[in-house]
Design a protein around this ligand. Sequence first.
Ligand SMILES: C[S@@+](CC[C@H](N)C(=O)[O-])C[C@H]1O[C@@H](n2cnc3c(N)ncnc32)[C@H](O)[C@@H]1O
Length: 498
Amino acid sequence: MTITNYNGNVDLFLPSEYADKIAVEITSAKNKVDRQKLGQFFTPLSTAKKLIEFSEFSITSSEIKICEPACGLCILSCSLIEYLCTLNNIKEIELTCFEIDSSITEYTKEILTKLVEYCNKCEVVLSYTLIEEDFILYYKDVFDNNYFAKTYDLIISNPPFFKLNNYDERVTLAKEILYGLPNIYTIFYYISTKIINNKGLLLFLIPRSICSGSFFKQFRAHFINYIKFDKIHLYSTDEKIFDNHSVLHEFVFIKSSKVEFNDEYSIEITHSENIDSITNIRYKHNFSILKNLIPLATSKKDLEILQKLKTFSTNLGAFGFEVFYSKLVISKVEKLLNSTPCENCLPVIWLHNIEQAKFIFPVEHKYPNYIQNTENIKPFLIYNESCIFFRRYNNNDYITRIVTTAYKNSLNNYNYLAIDRLVGVLLNKSNNLPIETIYGISAYLNSEFVNSYFRMINGIINVTGEMILELPIPDIAVINKMGLNIKNGYNSEIDKLL
Ligand SMILES: C[S@@+](CC[C@H](N)C(=O)[O-])C[C@H]1O[C@@H](n2cnc3c(N)ncnc32)[C@H](O)[C@@H]1O
């Protein structure tokens, strides 16, 4: 492959620089859809170097075994090994790489040959194995409970990230550790935690969702007893991380290591806007296995919110709330729908009925407002009583992570309401809360304070009912004051009451 706009001697490039140039050529020559299918976004050299700089590791032995799952053109391995060559103690490196795309591996081999030559010059012996197979299937035995083969001292990776469908062989294999719609990168991370040596180190560039609540909380629970997150750096915008091959994600660098059971420890967390900007915040987060939450603050204000939340002693779950989800799908009930009130009909609450601090009904919409009350819609019904509705799905028009409205039994001709699957309902089990408490809780959930908190623990992923139930809430007197002051309205005054 010829490197465009370069007339000089390629031998003068460092292996990592050479790999980076080849990456640019392949990216422009290859069909985008084919690359997306493999999650093939080569790690730009500047990002690779930042990851090495971020890791701040020290190595005392003279030999090291490294693995790069999903190696692509080995930009990460080259950057890492060039760095190791500057440390005087390293004499021997064994590198194992995995790459599934046979259309690029001839270049990977060429780059690795250059890397061996470079190491020779530095008096470091490098041997490598490039395994041209699927990393997950290669390590399928990891999912066997008796698996025990710790192999590597350091695993460095920028794994592919895309959703796998539930019929994918790899999902079947990893089903015990996956929840919801699984992203392939989680399986790469999990396998890596199983094949790392006891004193080993994992260096990953992955979507920030690994730190998020709900699904990822359950995923983390699978390795939390033997893996510790040492450092996390969050980048808010990805376009510089992947040179505009952008996908809608925020990314983190994560340095993690093996640990004997340790139920509480501190993680160093830092943030910067993008790869070129300076770190604007650095703090220690006390992580506990019991809570298993990793908020990623991006400003001093965020840190103040985290401090304040520590002073709140209860949450909505403890306060007697529960979540109702329905599985109502329009295609299955289409024949039962009616646009006007009818005999034996009930109102249906769709996503478009819920706005921030506003319950709008009826709405002229392609989805009719009423449904016939038959036996088969029973699972979709709630009693018509005061409650809080929230949107389970917010498209990009919503800058807030959470949108709720209090509902005060206004459709009082009906005993029940039918609920669409995209609407979540917070119901109080005892159903005897005064309306100002219901208003106050909804106001609190709509506040900038709570929105910032969910942004910290969930990024741009939609907030789930379980997360809402776990959210710390202020004293009930404060909640009631919010409810009395603003009713079911929304204004920026909410935050001043906190
Ligand atoms: C995000 S890129 C990493 C690129 C690499 N860090 C570099 O800069 O050259 C992910 C790579 O993983 C490869 N890949 C995707 N699925 C894989 C799998 N199941 N096993 C091994 N490699 C895979 C893709 O072809 C792609 O080259």
